[in-house]
Ligand binder design. Structure first.
Ligand code: IMP
Length: 500
């Protein structure tokens, strides 16, 4: 006879937090959202923590190198998607690791034999007025000069004028040498009254630019997540098929943390992958595993050596796994169950294996609920897909801006490795959809707003840290009828408001 759980499986929407006593100290500015990402022994510090409890989903529509930089700036981690070739994923990791706050790769480059017409066309295309003139016209070529709008007058010059006749040549340029700090670069900018500073290496090759206009921006990222060389922390997804080639390439590219991206983690494929990583790299490579939804799955992965365990099956906004295969569990029940399992495991073994709630986070308060239920951090797809920094296209549909968002199990992504059960390597049926999400603007502004709500609720519960919230939180189930009471009701709304 099959085991039938007595309790129904529940979603975040079915819970609310009951406020606890808050002291005068319980103010949002006193709240720390620092949270462990990798396992640690009692009394020790985890090798990797995040300064905010958010990471972005291992998805084509969500996590590339741009997202990795944007999220690390805020204190979280992006897991760059693995459903692409090993070379292109490693290149994304490399680009994100090379990105130094304030030092940006040159995106507008021409050769000296090109013309004023080329300058005007490039400026129109990129919107940038600083153009590096390199021997081969690339962003890493030998720099021979620079063109800014001060160097030419369109109304007085022939468009066929070669660039080398009007550029500021190298011997008259102000530049910085690779290795200088951002504050040294800014000092040179201020002392020489220039708007940009090219940074070059010992062979006069261009490596990046520092711009005066970015000065303020780089002063106010107090949560930036950096490695010991002051580079952003970057994650990447792997699968249980080509890990023997993919993992070494990602490590070579500088990745800090990996996660096995799979719709179903309670499987021998995952332990084989973890075994191979441990045999070849010991504990030096950090790798999460998942997804699971109960204690058995958690223990299996914790014993197999996972650094963290991802929780959630079928709850993703683009996910149709439950409809297609009839497997999964309400996200709230899964998180509560696995969090209890993690705590028991900690008591028994002295090893704390952080858990990540993955999928199904819709409202900002769901983040707080997931943390209160025991999640150490949260992985989000739909949430991040709405922002400028997500790789997908921004479109106008029916008068509204939207971004494209598609599941890894959709025909569009064709990420069969994620749904792999061995045998023939193909996606036989879809487990995800292709969709639009409302465009929401910049990641920085949205994350700041969402987390201000999280901090505010934590203060209402008398908690100044995530572990304190987990200890003090009091949760209640809501009845179907009381959900109506929770929204605006019995009033005539003046405008449609979007609470996401
Ligand atoms: P969301 O934040 O609710 O949009 O959920 C994102 C999560 O859904 C991801 O982190 C994955 O765990 C999961 N996911 C991604 N693509 C698919 C799919 O095609 N089918 C089912 N689940 C998916």
């Amino acid at each position: 006879m099959a085991v039938v759980l007595k309790e129904p499986s529940r979603t975040f929407n079915e819970y609310l937090l009951i406020p606890g006593y808050s002291s005068a100290e319980d103010r949002p500015e006193n709240v720390s959202l620092k949270t462990p990402v990798t396992k640690f022994r009692k009394g020790e510090e985890p090798a990797i923590s995040m300064n905010i409890p958010l990471c972005s989903a291992v998805m084509q529509a969500v996590s590339d190198d741009k997202m990795a930089v944007a999220l690390a700036k805020e204190g979280g981690i992006a897991f760059i998607y693995g459903s692409q070739s090993i070379e292109s994923q490693a290149a994304m990791v490399r680009r994100a690791k090379r990105h130094k706050a304030g030092f940006v790769p040159s995106d507008s480059n021409l050769r000296p034999d090109q013309t004023l017409a080329d300058v005007i066309a490039l400026k129109k295309e990129t919107g940038h007025s600083t153009i590096a003139i390199t021997d081969d016209g690339t962003s890493e070529g030998k720099i021979l000069g620079i063109v800014t709008s001060k160097d030419y007058r369109v109304s007085r010059m022939d468009p066929s004028t070669p660039i080398n006749e009007f550029m500021t040549p190298f011997d008259k340029m102000v530049y910085g040498k690779e290795g200088i700090s951002l504050s040294e670069a800014n000092d040179i900018i201020w002392d020489n009254k220039v708007n940009q500073l090219p940074i070059i290496d010992d062979n006069q090759r261009l490596t990046s630019f520092v711009f005066r206009k970015d000065y303020e921006e780089h002063k106010d990222n107090p949560n930036e997540l950096l490695d010991s060389h002051k580079r952003y922390i970057v994650g990447a997804g792997i699968n249980t098929r080509d890990y023997k080639e993919r993992v070494p390439a990602l490590i070579e590219a500088g990745v800090d943390i990996l996660t096995i991206d799979s719709s179903e983690g309670y499987s021998e494929w995952q332990s084989l992958t973890l075994d191979w990583i441990r045999e070849n790299y010991g504990d030096s490579v950090k790798v999460g595993a998942g997804n699971v939804v109960d204690e058995e799955g958690f223990r299996f992965l914790a014993d197999a050596g996972a650094d963290f365990v991802k929780v959630g099956i079928g709850g993703g906004s683009i996910c149709i796994t439950r409809e297609q295969k009839g497997i999964g569990r309400g996200q709230a029940s899964a998180v509560i169950d696995v969090a209890e399992a993690r705590d028991r495991y900690f008591k028994e073994t002295g090893v704390y294996v952080p858990i990540c709630s993955d999928g199904g986070t819709v409202y900002d308060y769901h983040m707080t609920l997931a943390l209160a239920m025991g999640a150490d951090f949260i992985m989000l797809g739909r949430y991040f897909a709405r922002f400028d920094e997500a790789p997908s296209a921004k479109l106008m549909v029916n008068g509204n801006y939207v971004k494209e968002y598609w599941g890894e199990g959709s025909a569009r992504a064709r990420n069969w490795q994620r749904y792999d059960l061995g045998g023939d390597a193909k996606l036989k049926f879809e487990e995800g959809v292709d969709s639009y999400v409302p465009y929401a603007g910049s990641l920085h502004d949205n994350v700041a707003l969402s987390l201000s709500k999280v901090k505010s609720t934590m203060c209402n519960c008398g908690a100044l840290s995530i572990p304190e919230l987990q200890k003090k939180a009091k949760l209640t189930l809501v009845s179907a009828v009381s959900i109506v009471e929770g929204g605006a009701h019995d009033v005539i709304l003046k405008e449609h408001s979007n609470h996401i």
